[in-house]
Design a protein around this ligand. Structure first.
Ligand code: PLP
Length: 393
């Protein structure tokens, strides 16, 4: 057997390309805004994680340009050695304050924050306990750790308790969950989780990738939303969504963050985030702290879209955030629907198996604060037309 045999016999992607249904790596020739240019045509964007629309905000763009003028285009090294800038430290302080923790540590991506944080903290004889719908970076971080990985049924607190009670009380345990789940758009049951983590001597880490800019005061995330900032031990965030940039961070007690500065391999052995990316996040934070009306608009848009699709008969599952799944339950139909919507001028994301079970395949809509009601209404018209044509509604 040749190692490459599996590559030579992998035909699924090519078959989808030939059928005109391949949905991935779609080039966009413009900014990530509510309207993007695809194949020379204007398309309404309903698949972006830029929840507050800040990737095109003049102040964010200006801050990134100024940072290039002052600091150049890259740091040419890791934070550990030559790659720490004063603005990295400024951003860490601002983020720690934002989430009400003592300290924070930047990573070059959110994926790396989960890898480095979980693998750095959970050692031999310890446990990492995951929700079955946790993001891939959490799963990989757990795999990289030397601890034992346990999983519980999605957002099911009885299942979590069963796992916790099966582990010796004295053993170190880290529960890791998404604050907002990226496929279903539902929110982690932190109030119950906090009770359980206290009862069973566990620590709790929340991945707020989809919660910053969405939940809590000024978009401070899931713990703030529930009034549980002191009970969530580690907050993880990414800059690739509401923060309109690239990178990630962990925030926690000073001792935990200082330990991770010296044991999180993905921060020590990877170059630090670029000056432009760092400055963009600082500017996005200013906007989040000073323009709360953006979050109100995001929620008004979300409710208009959710009501619209539900009134048409779409099944939106347990979603209660700007991530709105339309459950289709058939891989090919999802790919057809995505393609037909694109032809009608609406970009959406398809989610097919094995990312979700085959009967739960879905089209994922993501709302932005900067969508207009008119754009949402156009998308609703197209969703009705295509949904009816494919017998989804
Ligand atoms: C829940 C969650 N965690 C982590 C990440 C990884 O973040 P990044 O894009 O910064 O690598 C993502 C998405 O990208 C995510 O959705």
């Amino acid at each position: 057997m040749d190692l490459f045999d599996k590559c030579y016999s992998y035909t699924v992607a090519e078959e989808a390309r030939k059928a005109g249904l391949y949905p991935y790596f779609q080039p966009i020739s413009s900014e990530q805004d509510t309207v993007v240019i695809i194949n020379g045509r204007k398309v309404l964007m309903f698949g972006s994680n830029s929840y507050l629309g800040l990737t095109v905000h003049p102040k964010v763009k200006e801050a990134a340009k100024k940072a290039i003028d002052k600091y150049g285009t890259g740091c040419a090294g890791s934070r550990f050695l030559n790659g720490t800038l004063d603005i990295h430290e400024e951003l860490e302080e601002r983020l720690a304050e934002f989430v009400n923790k003592e300290d924070a540590l930047l990573f070059s991506t959110g994926f790396q924050a989960n890898l480095g944080g979980i693998a750095g903290l959970v050692g031999k004889g310890e446990y990492v306990i995951l929700d079955k719908s946790d993001h891939a970076s959490i799963v990989d971080g757990a795999r990289l750790s030397y601890g034992t990985v346990k999983r519980f049924i999605h957002n099911d607190m009885e299942s979590l308790e069963k796992v916790l009670s099966s582990i010796e009380l004295e053993a170190g345990k880290l529960i890791v969950v998404d604050g907002v789940y990226s496929m279903d758009g539902d929110i982690a049951n932190l109030p119950e989780m906090v009770k359980l983590k206290k009862r069973y001597n566990a620590r709790l880490m929340v991945d707020d990738a989809h919660s910053f800019g969405v939940l809590g005061k000024n978009g401070r995330g899931t713990a703030n939303h529930f009034g549980l900032e002191d009970d969530v031990d580690i907050v993880m965030g990414t800059f690739s969504k509401s923060f309109a940039s690239l990178g990630g961070f962990l925030a926690a007690d000073r001792a935990v963050i200082d330990y991770l500065r010296h044991f999180a391999r993905s921060v020590i052995f990877s170059a630090s985030i670029t000056p432009a990316s760092t400055a963009a996040v600082l500017a996005a934070l200013d906007i989040m702290e000073n323009e709360p009306e953006l979050i109100d608009k995001l929620w008004a848009n979300t409710e208009r879209m959710r009501k619209g699709v539900q009134d048409m008969g779409y099944d939106t599952g347990t979603s209660c955030t700007p991530i709105i799944p339309l459950i289709v339950g058939d891989d090919e139909k999802v790919l057809r629907m995505r393609r037909m919507l694109l032809d009608e001028g609406v970009f959406v994301n398809p989610v097919v198996s094995p990312a979700v079970p085959p009967n739960k395949t879905l089209i994922r809509l993501s709302l932005m604060a900067t969508h207009t009601f008119e754009q949402i209404d156009i998308a609703l018209d197209k969703l009705y037309k295509v949904g009816r044509a494919l017998d989804v509604i």
